[in-house]
Structures are given as C-alpha cells and as structure tokens.
Ligand binder design. Structure first.
Ligand code: G6Q
Length: 540
C-alpha cells in the first residue's frame, strides 16, 4: 500500500490546508449564512453540528476522497463480513454482531454467530430478572441488594460508564459497584458497608487470567466465605463472564453460572456483550434490548450511509484533519449531562488503546500523527477548571460537546442554564471576542490583550432529545466507528494492544523480588534496583 502521506489525496489535503489554516470561523460564517444549517448530519437519534470546524465546503469532499483512496469502504465491509481484520491476533472483529437483532446473519468462517449471541442474552435476561424480582436469592435466602462487578479495563470501564449513564432507568432497590484496581483500597472501600449475604459478585474477565481481577476475585471469595462459612455459598454469590470456561471452573465458579462471549469481541468493544450483565441487571432485559437497538441503528448507518452523510466517518475524518494537518495533540470530550460523567474515561480507553500506535498494518513506522490524547469532564464543571486553556491557551484543542434537549431531572431553570452554557461555550470558542470589542467596552488598553479571545477554536456539537438506553447505545457505537474510521485511515490495527504487555511482564518479575524473604539478586537498571531496595526496606 502506498504510504499515506504519499497519496494524491493526502497531498491535495496538504495544499488545501495551506488555504484554510488562516481562515477565521468568523469569516467563514459571515460568508456562508447557511453554514450552520448545512454542515450537520442526523442519524440514530443524534444530530451533529460540525459547522464550527475549521473547514470550507471543499474540505469534506477532500477528506472523504482520502477515505475512499485508503479503502475505508472495503475495510468496513470486511469488518461486517467477519474477516480476520485483527491481523496481529488473527481474529475477526464482530462486536456489531452483539447487537444484531434476532434472525440477522453474521458469520465468522461460515458460522452464523447471531444465534449464539441471543442464547447468551436470553440466559442473561433470565438471570437478571431473577435478581431484580428477588427470586434468585443469596445463600442464606435473602434477596441480592448489591451487585459488585470485578473486572478491569474493557471489563470495567464500559459497564461502569453504562451503569452510571443509565442510572435513571435502573432498579433503585439495587446498588452497583465496580472494583477494578489491584490496590486493595478499591476492594475494601467497595465492600466495607456490604452484607455478604445480599451481595452478588460478577467476575468479568475475557481471559480469566488478568492479575488484578483474579486477585480481587480471590479476595472477594475469601470475604464471602469468612462471612457465610460454607464453600457452597460461592454458587449463590458469584457468577463469571468470560470466554474461557475451563479457567472459570478452575477458579471454583460453576460454569452453569457463567455467561460467555467470544474471541471476536475485543475487551474495549465488549460493554454490550455479557460484560454488560451488571447493566442488564440494573435496567432490565427490555431496556437492555433498547440499548442494543441503539448500537445497531448506528451500525447500520455506518455500514450504509454515504461517507459525506456518515456521522462516524465525518467525525473521524475531522479528527484526522486536526491531528495531522493542524497538529492538534489532544481532543476534549465534554458531555453536558451529569449521568455521562464516566463517558470520557470510557472513551479514553476506546480511543487511545485502539489507535495509540505507531506502526502500520505492514509494520512500517508512521510518518504522521496518529491518535491524540482524549480527555474530558462533564460540563459545566470543566468550565470552572480547564476551559481557560481551551479558550486562551497556546494549543488547538478540538472539542466534542454532547447535550440533550430534555433532562431526566427537571428542576426549575437548571436545564435551560445547562444548555445555555453549552451553546455559549461553543460560540465563544468559535467566534471569540476581538480586541476592538473588548476596547469598545471601555477596557483599559493594558488589559485588552488579557481579555481578548482570539476564537477560531473548533468544536462539534452532538445533540439528542434525551439520554435513553437506546441513545447511549448509539453514542457508544458512534465513537467505536469514529475509532474504526481513523484506524483505517492511519493504516493501524485498532484491535490489538501489545503496548500493555511489557509492563505486565516486568511486574511479574518484580513481584517476587518485592516479596522475597531474603535480599534478591537484582538485575534491573540502577534506578529500578534502588527503588526495589527502598520499598523492601520500608516494608509494605
Ligand atoms: C481491552 C483490553 C484490556 C482488557 C483488560 C481486562 O481492549 O484488552 O483493557 O479489557 O486487560 O482483560 P480481561 O477481560 O481478560 O480480564
């Protein structure tokens, strides 16, 4: 494949960037009154206004031209066809099958995987109903009151985000907690006020080998047995979500209490698989189906809409435009909905573990920027914290604002205030406040530069009617496909994560050195050796 930066479409974009980079959004809007109406796309319940981006009407066709030249269409088709596009792990990538309606056919190596997906969903539904209506009781006959999900990374961030996001739809008689960190503080604080007789642990691990999850699961097992006194209690208080039945059984969880998924579901793409069991218990199987339908609506849009009207493709291409042509090093995700407060953390894994790579599928080092750093906080909180830098700092930080027309918690003017802030921020970022306007207000000359907003800071606004299970599904699928689009253009494999391996390997070597009774022979670098000695002599 021709290196990306050598392609005609890339060169055309470079030339185009020279003509666009000094244009101000103020002028672009003044010259094109229909811009705010036209540069918008609506799909799967989401309305994207992308007019406040530093683009002209020529930019998007050039970007979609690049996408065509780089075979994005073929890559999308290959994913939905179940090809082994995760080449470095030899796996298909078919999380889209997890949300396919019953009766859809999606194949891996000629085998339709959708019936298996629905079989697991049906078992999850029966289990979730039993917990919700109290018929599936704990070992001592009491109903379950608290569900604790033990998992990390893809087995934690997605379900933790979804449970929080859909709290308004959840059974409020149940509480949900998430334990991920190997730091025992996480487990201790999550369980200190819980009654083992009314607690259910979901051990969520695709591989069932992850150090943190296995350590927390063992501690949970001990905590449960210490209180309930009988190994038979485990069956009533532990279920597993995994792809590995043998390891689940070896841990001591009956595989009758296991919910499976498959190697064609990547960890960070698994929140709506059985990894979402906690979410299903929270909102119930019917609303969970609505959640899945929201994903599916966005999948269908992504698969079929022309690139110029394709929400994930357009957002993905705009992200590339800033990363590669404007040198943007970060992207801020700013949900104006408090229920979405874990959404940026979830997105960080999705985006950065997927496209935080620097070699192409053919193993060549890239000579262009790949994924920026993604970060964010819910509005309006962030406004009183880091927005200063977005408005007046020296970096260009494209922002995604997410807002809902209706609130789930109407209270006086709160929601109008919230919305007025989203609109004000995106307007201020784009148009700023010129020095002349500041001076005209009678500002002393020496203060004018401090109070001037240069503007021309780009943002997307994603609007939806209301945060519902279905809408959350669409929103997650949107970003999954943004990541896919960018990965395809950057010629990366978004579905592996070799970069996390070395640290794991080294920690396996260091653990016995920290725990050894007598001074071990240390053969690390002098810094690591010294730190180990210091920690050993300080005790733990
Ligand atoms: C996600 C990553 C990673 C993974 C965790 C947990 O894409 O692979 O975050 O989800 O390491 O892995 P297990 O589910 O196997 O415990």
């Amino acid at each position: 494949m021709t290196p990306l930066t050598q392609t005609p479409a890339w060169k055309a974009l470079e030339a185009h960037h020279q003509t666009v980079r000094d244009l101000h959004l103020r002028d672009l809007f003044a010259q094109d009154p229909a811009r705010g109406r036209d540069l918008a796309i609506e799909a799967a319940g989401l309305y994207l206004d992308y007019s406040k981006n530093r683009i002209t009407r020529e930019t998007l066709p050039l970007l979609t031209g690049l996408a065509r030249e780089r075979g994005l269409r073929e890559r999308i088709d290959a994913m939905f066809r179940g090809d082994r596009i995760n080449v470095t792990e030899g796996r298909a990538v078919l999380h889209t099958a997890l949300r396919a309606p019953r009766g859809t056919v999606m194949e891996v190596e000629g085998h339709d995987v959708v019936p298996g997906v629905h079989e697991v969903l049906d078992r999850m539904a029966a289990f979730a109903r039993g917990i919700r209506d109290g018929s599936r009781k704990g070992f001592t006959g009491k109903a379950i009151r608290t569900v604790v999900n033990i998992g990390i990374g893809g087995s934690d961030l997605g379900p933790a985000m979804a449970c929080e996001a859909l709290r308004a739809y959840a059974d409020r008689n149940l509480q949900f907690r998430f334990v991920s960190n190997v730091d025992a503080t996480d487990f201790r604080e999550a369980t200190r006020d819980l009654d083992p007789a009314t607690t259910l642990f979901i051990v969520a691990s695709k591989t069932f080998t992850t150090q943190e999850t296995m350590a927390n699961a063992q501690s949970a097992r001990t905590w449960c047995l210490d209180a309930l006194g009988d190994p038979a209690a485990i069956a009533s208080h532990f279920v597993a979500v995994s792809t590995d039945a043998a390891k689940v059984a070896a841990f001591g969880i009956d595989t009758a209490n296991m919910f499976g998924f498959w190697d064609w579901v990547g960890g960070r793409y698994s929140l709506e698989s059985a990894i979402g069991l906690s979410t299903m218990i929270a909102i119930g199987p019917e609303q969970y189906r609505e959640y899945l339908d929201g994903f599916h609506a966005m999948d269908e849009h992504f698969r079929t809409a022309p690139f110029e009207r394709n929400l994930p493709v357009v957002m993905g291409l705009l992200g590339l435009w800033y990363a590669d042509f404007f040198g943007a090093r970060t992207v801020a995700v700013l949900p104006y909905d408090h229920y979405l407060r874990r959404f940026p953390a979830y997105l960080q894994q999705l985006v950065m573990e997927s496209n935080g790579k620097s070699v192409t599928l053919e193993g060549r080092r890239v000579d262009y920027a790949t994924s920026p750093v993604w970060w964010g906080e819910p509005g309006t909180n962030g406004q009183h914290s880091f927005y200063q830098l977005i408005h007046q700092g020296t970096q260009l930080i494209p922002c995604d604002f997410i807002a809902f027309a209706r609130t789930l918690n109407p209270l006086g003017s709160h929601h109008a205030m919230l919305l007025s802030n989203v609109l004000a921020q995106t307007e201020a970022l784009a148009f700023g406040k010129p020095a002349e306007a500041v001076a005209a207000e009678g500002t002393p000359a020496w203060l004018v530069p401090h109070r001037t907003f240069e503007g021309n800071r780009p943002s997307n606004v994603l609007l939806a009617q209301r945060l519902t299970p279905g809408l959350l599904g669409s929103l997650v699928a949107l970003y999954e496909h943004v990541v896919f689009t960018q990965g395809a253009l950057w010629d990366l494999n978004p579905f592996d994560q070799w970069g996390v391996e070395l640290g794991k390997e080294l920690s396996r070597r260091i653990l016995p050195e920290l725990e050894a009774a007598s001074e071990p022979d240390l053969a690390h670098d002098s810094s690591t050796n010294e730190l180990i000695r210091r920690l050993r002599s300080a005790g733990q």
